[in-house]
Ligand binder design. Structure first.
Ligand code: B12
Ligand code: SF4
Ligand code: SF4
Length: 390
């Protein structure tokens, strides 16, 4: 441990640190004391299997519940928010194009925010007299309950939609955190008295509103503030790399990557203003892609269009799978030729969803359209989709 570790920062230093981090591009900078243990909700969520196949959430649960296991001797958590709202989103309709989660209409935020976090670390080192051994920073990827800490720091509150909602920026904030051994006086949470288990309650400033719970097309909220990831479009279209359960496909509508419905309907967004985007790189072109273009993506075109975005991690097969579901839901017969080609794609996952989409569009005529694709099919999952045709 270095000299600055464990030392209480003076108020003036603390405010200078806040300003220094804001100048780097973080729109919100808040502080929380690290002693809290509030893992009960996480443990219940995991025990109920609501995390689906995200085994990494299970593996890291104890660390997520206790910051001291991530950085022994941790005293404070610095919460950082980056506003990703764009004004063009308020006015523009989607003109029937596939929908992309707003957070994904940027170069991958994990990458573009990283230099900001590195710079933040250097500011902290200098101001507090510590070394890199006395802090850890994360943006989404670390074993940290970012929304819980953000609520504790007063950055916002946890909505019934489970999002960290800021009074100023609404639902449109990326979160990042720095765990540090420097002792920084904490900011006040919106609710001054924490719940008995240390958790910030969901829905603190929601009142009687239930818009997000009512709007979710796949009924993914078993309770306010709790998401059953297995039913969430975001999980199914991004995290699940295999077959999307048939009963959820209709609810996916035209969402080709992620879902913003429970964020969009929230009245707290009315105050959101366009972000400074100092740590983001917008990709407005993605929203302009047509469904036909997606269904015809080649490996080379996929690599070119989705370079540096988070979507590249889904890989071409994942995106084609999602595009098939969107095409089935769109019900436009002009997509049938592309879908018939995908029904003989090298990936069984793509084939299965293409067969489903042809059936949705062509109904009784699907068996004839897919006759050639069925010949030679050996994969059990794809055969099950073919069998459902009759
Ligand atoms: C796993 C995950 C998912 C999963 C599960 C979602 C879920 N609701 O848990 C899936 C794939 C479904 C998902 C979807 C989305 N995600 Co996501 N996801 C995560 C991730 C990696 C972990 C979340 C987690 O721990 N979930 C487990 C549940 C139990 O935890 P929780 O919701 O935080 O609630 C518990 C804690 O807050 C705790 N708690 C309460 N008070 C306190 C106080 C203290 C001091 C502590 C320690 C804890 C604590 O108790 C709560 C439960 O009882 C985080 C990044 C991170 N490291 O936190 C991003 C994150 C939550 N996702 C994010 C985003 C943007 C999304 C999507 C909007 C993407 C999209 N458009 O498609 C959707 C929104 C869905 C929704 N309504 O939640 C952002 C949210 C930003 C914000 N303003 O809230 C995050 C923070 C990533 C980031 N760094 O910006 N996501
Ligand atoms: S992101 Fe979409 S599918 Fe997931 S909980 Fe919100 S509204 Fe439901
Ligand atoms: S939509 Fe309503 S209930 Fe849902 S988070 Fe926003 S204010 Fe709360």
């Amino acid at each position: 441990m270095t000299a600055g570790a464990g030392r209480r920062m003076a108020d003036a230093e603390r405010e200078a640190l806040r300003e220094g981090l804001r100048a780097l591009g973080f729109d919100e900078v808040r502080f929380a004391a690290a002693e809290a243990e509030a893992g009960a909700g996480l443990r219940a969520w995991l025990a109920d299997g609501l995390h689906g196949d995200m085994a990494w959430m299970e593996r890291t649960a104890e660390k997520r519940a206790s910051a001291d296991l991530v950085l022994p001797g941790v005293r404070s958590v610095i919460l950082l928010g980056v506003n990703y709202w764009r004004d063009e989103w308020r006015a523009k309709g989607d003109e029937g194009r596939p929908l992309w989660a707003r957070y994904a209409q940027y170069e991958d935020y994990h990458d573009t925010m990283k230099p900001g976090l590195e710079a933040a670390g250097r500011v902290l080192e200098e101001m507090a007299g510590i070394t890199a051994a006395d802090y850890r920073y994360y943006v989404d990827t670390g074993p940290v309950l970012e929304r819980g800490w953000a609520a504790r720091s007063g950055l916002g509150f946890r909505g019934k939609n489970a999002m960290l909602i800021s009074k100023k920026h609404g639902n449109w904030l990326f979160l990042a955190s720095i765990l540090t051994r420097v002792d920084i006086a904490p900011d006040e949470p919106l609710r001054k008295k924490p719940a008995a288990d240390g958790a910030e309650p969901a829905g603190l400033l929601c009142g009687k509103c239930t818009r997000c719970l009512d709007a979710c097309p796949t009924n993914a909220f078993p309770a306010p503030g709790v998401v059953d990831a297995r039913r969430c479009i975001s999980y199914q279209t991004i995290e699940n790399r295999g077959i999307i359960p048939r009963e959820l496909r209709a609810g996916i509508g035209t969402h080709v990557y992620g879902c913003d419905i429970c964020l969009e309907v929230c009245p707290w967004n009315r105050f959101a203003q366009a972000g400074r985007q100092l740590l983001l790189a917008a990709r407005p072109d993605l929203a302009g892609l047509t469904l036909q273009e997606l269904l015809e993506l080649t490996p080379a075109r996929f690599a070119e269009v989705f370079r540096r975005t988070a979507i590249k991690r889904l890989k071409l097969t994942g995106l084609l799978r999602n595009a098939c579901v969107v095409a089935g839901n769109a019900g436009d017969a002009s997509h049938l030729p592309a879908l018939r080609k995908l029904a003989v794609h090298e990936s069984a996952v793509v084939r299965a969803h293409a067969v489903w989409a042809v059936r949705k569009i062509a109904g009784a005529g699907a068996a004839e359209l897919l006759g050639a694709a069925r010949v030679g099919e050996t994969d059990a999952t794809v055969l099950a989709e073919h069998a459902a045709l009759t």
